[in-house]
Design a protein around this ligand. Structure first.
Ligand SMILES: Cc1cc2nc3c(=O)[nH]c(=O)nc-3n(C[C@H](O)[C@H](O)[C@H](O)COP(=O)(O)O)c2cc1C
Length: 330
């Protein structure tokens, strides 16, 4: 059965050190509909670490998925239950990260070669939560890169109860490439993901990897159920401003950069009062004026937040004033 409760036409990828709750709030100012993902959180961190720091979110972030990293079915199930109780809408398993650290922990992309263990994890999680458990994976790893291998992985984990897959359309090479290289060097193969959708029409399939334009994303929706965007959402977030109009049925005018910035400024003001540091908030909006007049100065000003500016909204107000001189959108 396809889970139809979450509209997955657009989602923003989990990105370590990037998709924290502040960035997700910022994303929500650009699209009311995109599904948002946390950074990967390991089961160890969630069970033994500062839980509230990892789990807290703002209500506007819904629909919101937590991404878990781990391979012990009991631990994953415990973390999934904690996440459901906290109010997350989906639990996503990371079966795509190629980093050494993750491989040493026996999870991430290397788990593609252990489909039965992944199926056990899905089964265990699904038995104790009622929100969906989904898998984010690659099209293959190392020499295990045939279509049949991917088909088999999907088929086995589907039988355990996963009906939503996010597939990064390139394989991971587990030794010799850094995570960054693993996002650039193995070639993209969108057709392979399209074929998975054709062969499993009942599954909800999201494609990921290399999307930079809404027009391409819209075309992909002829082949799959959803598109996940990672780096472009961070580096050129305004690309998403028309997403709700182009991909969804929104008829209101798309937001302007200045209004997004003003709304984010009000959010920052509240966060500062709660003791958050401005640097942790300002870093996420550095790409907002990408390619626009004044972008360079905007970036430079934003990256100058010093400890002295720590709790001072005036810092951001000065940046807003500077960009409003050089950039007048109509
Ligand atoms: C800085 C950074 C951190 C990432 N961290 C994660 C992560 O925590 N979990 C995950 O599944 N993928 C992670 N990814 C991979 C992205 O989710 C996505 O699959 C990849 O960037 C390809 O999509 P894109 O071409 O739209 O960027 C990360 C990517 C980047 C750039």
């Amino acid at each position: 059965m396809v889970n139809n409760t979450i509209d997955r036409r657009l989602s923003i990828a989990p990105m370590m050190d990037h998709t924290d709750r502040h960035f997700r709030y910022f994303m929500r100012l650009l699209s009311k509909h995109a599904v948002l993902y946390t950074e990967m959180i390991t089961t160890g961190a969630l069970i033994h670490g500062d839980r509230q720091r990892f789990l807290s979110f703002n209500d506007v972030e819904h629909p919101l998925a937590i991404q878990l990293g781990g391979s012990n079915p009991e631990d994953l199930a415990e973390c999934a239950k904690i996440s459901e109780n906290e109010g997350y809408d989906e639990v996503n398993l990371n079966i795509g990260c190629p980093s050494d650290r993750v491989q040493n922990g026996q999870f991430g992309a290397c788990l593609m070669s252990n489909k039965n263990l992944v199926a056990d994890c899905v089964d265990k999680i699904q038995s104790i939560i009622s929100i969906p458990v989904t898998i984010k994976t690659r099209i293959g790893i190392d020499d295990l890169d045939s279509y049949d291998f991917l088909y088999d992985f999907i088929n086995t984990t589907r039988a355990a109860g996963c009906n939503t897959f996010i597939i990064h359309a390139r394989k991971a090479i587990l030794s010799g490439l850094s995570p960054k290289e693993n996002r650039e060097i193995p070639p993209l193969n969108y057709e392979r993901v399209h074929k998975i959708k054709r062969d499993f029409p009942d599954l909800n399939i999201t494609i990921n990897g290399g999307f930079t334009e809404l027009s391409e994303i819209k075309l992909q929706l002829n082949h799959v159920d959803g598109v996940m965007v990672g780096r472009t959402a961070y580096q050129n977030p305004f690309m998403l401003a028309e997403a709700d109009n182009i991909l969804f049925e929104n008829k209101n005018p798309a937001p302007l950069r200045a209004s997004i910035l003003k709304s984010y400024r009000d959010y920052v003001d509240k966060q500062l009062l709660q003791g958050e540091r401005i640097k942790n908030l300002s870093r996420h909006i550095i790409g907002l004026y990408q390619g626009q007049p004044g972008a360079r100065q905007y970036r430079q000003l934003l990256s100058r937040a010093t400890p002295k500016d720590k709790n001072n909204i005036q810092f951001l107000d000065d940046v807003i004033e500077a960009i409003s001189y050089s950039n007048t959108e109509l």
